[in-house]
Design a protein around this ligand. Structure first.
Ligand SMILES: *[C@@H]1O[C@H](CO)[C@@H](O)[C@H](O)[C@H]1NC(C)=O
Ligand SMILES: *[C@@H]1O[C@H](CO)[C@@H](O)[C@H](O)[C@H]1NC(C)=O
Ligand SMILES: *[C@@H]1O[C@H](CO)[C@@H](O)[C@H](O)[C@H]1NC(C)=O
Length: 371
């Protein structure tokens, strides 16, 4: 190699290395909030008595090879985010007590959590199925962790400025609980403003605490979920869209998402220094139902793990309970247990968020690793 070639090579190598240098080009940390779509273990540590199978196989069978408290066979969207940014998988907040480090982020999400505080649902006689913890409790946990991180960081403001906050998905359970009790779409639409307001309030609290870049996700298309298809299925073909999802329930998700997007617009005006990103979970998931073969799926509605029925969701033999079993190849299934998605589905959703076009505006830092 000539000296000239060598120096060219060195220049390229230097600049390439610089472009993937972790401190300047990626997030310091990810702080995650939400429900079972994002929980990496809090519910299991807290009190999983309402969903004890979460602590048993086949939950966790695919990637971790043991149950972790994730409501899936493997990794979740937030795990793929951490991987893409070269960060360790986020520890659940409740694991910090065991000496786990918080410096690259913490996951405050709790499976079953609602956005609105539990007492609201109690006052309406709505049974809370899994946990009475809400987004407010998660914010309280964050404030506690922030105080500790800021005690050790030289410049806490800068540190938080280069951290990514993922505020959700949250709100899904605020609707699930009343829907499962027989609430109508019309009744539930009346709840949407309060749910959206709670999410927006939490986002503004985080900004006041120093968050600068935040992702606020919308809801998934619930009309494509095995539990909704089982509970609200009908012989009336006109109730289903071309993909086979329940139109009216998907329209409900879209209604929530539209209200959320509007509220985000106002929040952006209130905090012009912050970058508030809407994450279109609906769109990123709908692709899988629309073109399953493209993503390698052969089963889009039938749950991989369950105990029978047209969608393999049987309330008396849910995944992990006696009478249920898991499919052999979860990568060909979108739905994991009737309510949650498989690792493969979450992987495709994460790719759609990280590489576009389902985050708007797009994230400040591009992924440093291919996921
Ligand atoms: C809730 O249930 C209690 C006891 O059954 C009843 O007295 C009360 O009116 C109900 N409240 C609502 C909001 O339905
Ligand atoms: C929440 O649920 C726990 C049990 O999981 C219970 O001990 C606690 O009293 C409940 N809190 C409220 C405010 O209802
Ligand atoms: C649902 O599970 C129960 C209990 O295992 C079983 O008796 C029943 O046949 C199942 N239903 C369907 C539709 O497979």
């Amino acid at each position: 190699m000539s000296i000239f070639m060598k120096s060219i090579f060195l220049i390229i190598a230097c600049c390439f290395l610089r472009s993937v240098s972790p401190n300047s080009q990626t997030y310091n940390a990810i702080f995650s909030f939400g429900d079972s779509l994002a929980d990496t273990g809090n519910f299991l540590i807290l009190d999983s008595s309402a969903f004890p199978v979460i602590g048993k196989l086949p939950y966790g069978e695919t990637f971790f090879k043991h149950p972790t408290g994730r409501c899936s066979n493997g990794r979740l969207i937030v795990d793929f985010f951490a991987e893409a940014y070269g960060l360790p998988l986020l520890p659940p907040y409740l694991a910090l007590k065991k000496g786990v480090k918080a410096e690259h982020g913490v996951n405050f999400a709790i499976a079953g959590s609602t956005a609105i505080a539990a007492k609201y649902f109690y006052s309406k006689n709505i049974t809370i199925l899994w946990t009475n913890m809400s987004l407010t409790d998660q914010l309280g946990w964050f404030q506690e962790v922030k105080a500790k991180i800021c005690a050790t960081q030289k410049d806490c403001r800068e540190y938080l400025k280069q951290s990514l906050f993922i505020v959700g998905e949250i709100g899904g359970n605020d609707y699930n609980y009343p829907y499962f009790l027989g609430g109508s779409i019309k009744q539930l639409k009346a709840l949407v403003p309060a749910v959206v307001e709670t999410i927006i309030k939490a986002t503004s609290v985080l900004i006041e605490e120093g968050a600068v870049e935040l992702i606020v996700p919308g809801n998934l298309p619930i009309g494509c979920s095995a539990v909704y298809l089982t509970l609200f299925g009908t012989p009336n073909k006109a109730a289903y869209d071309n993909n086979g999802c329940l139109k009216s329930y998907n329209a409900f998700s879209k209604y929530h998402n539209a209200k959320l997007k509007l509220a985000i617009e106002s929040l952006r005006k209130e905090y012009p220094h912050a970058k508030i990103i809407y994450a279109d979970y609906y769109g990123a998931a709908e692709r899988l139902f629309h073109a399953p073969k493209h993503y390698g799926f052969s089963n889009i509605f039938v749950a991989c793990c369950g105990g029978g029925g047209p969608y393999n969701f049987n309330y008396s033999a849910r995944c992990g309970h006696i009478g249920s079993k898991a499919c052999l190849d979860s990568s060909s299934f979108v739905n994991w247990d009737g309510m949650h998605l498989t690792e493969t589905a979450y992987h495709h959703i994460a790719k759609g968020l990280l590489n576009g076009p389902f985050t708007s505006p797009s994230l400040t830092f591009p992924p440093i690793k291919q996921i």
